[in-house]
Design a binder for this molecule. Structure first.
Ligand SMILES: CC(C)(COP(=O)(O)OP(=O)(O)OC[C@H]1O[C@@H](n2cnc3c(N)ncnc32)[C@H](O)[C@@H]1OP(=O)(O)O)[C@@H](O)C(=O)NCCC(=O)NCCS
Length: 133
């Protein structure tokens, strides 16, 4: 897969998709809010792989989110997720996004990155993590 050789082994691919024209901001580059939601989704997808099927998770915290380089319509974005810590009910992740530039094999590393924390919940309250057997 394009770009995987540049990623350390702790990272798993959570989402890969094409940034579309509809995702652009007023300046013509990709809107940060859309990109942030892709990172958030990617993290939750990887966290879910740790959990038993009936456990629900929500995002409780996003920090150190940095948009380092612009993304353009037609770029493929790849959101890579590393589990940093598993707590009693929370999972802390580091998420890195790379962009494969439209029509090329050029991978721009770390166009965005941040720390996302998820919490298992049941009836709206923290629920101890039950890991998949
Ligand atoms: C997630 C939620 C249930 C946590 O409730 P809470 O009363 O803060 O829970 P607690 O204080 O018992 O903390 C539970 C865990 O979350 C972690 N946590 C809570 N607030 C946190 C914060 N601001 N930053 C980092 N971790 C946090 C705690 O460290 C704890 O981790 P641990 O169990 O692994 O030790 C509550 O904050 C909530 O419902 N938030 C809204 C979530 C949401 O709607 N997200 C957007 C949509 S996905």
């Amino acid at each position: 897969m394009v770009g995987i050789k540049e990623i350390d082994n702790n990272y798993q691919l959570g989402i890969q998709c094409i940034a579309m024209q509809d995702h652009r901001n007023n300046h013509g580059t990709i809107f940060g809010g859309w990109l942030m939601s892709q990172l958030d989704l990617a993290g939750s997808i990887i966290c879910r792989t740790l959990l038993q099927q009936d456990q629900e998770i929500v995002t409780v915290s996003v920090s150190n989110l940095v948009f380092e380089k612009p993304i353009y319509a037609g770029d493929v974005i790849q959101c890579w997720v590393a589990i940093e810590k598993v707590g009693k009910s929370s999972i802390t992740t580091k998420i890195q996004t790379n962009a494969v530039r439209k029509g090329t094999q050029i991978v721009d590393q770390k166009v965005a990155h941040g720390k996302f924390i998820y919490v298992c919940v049941k009836d709206g309250k923290p629920d101890p993590i039950m890991r998949k057997q």
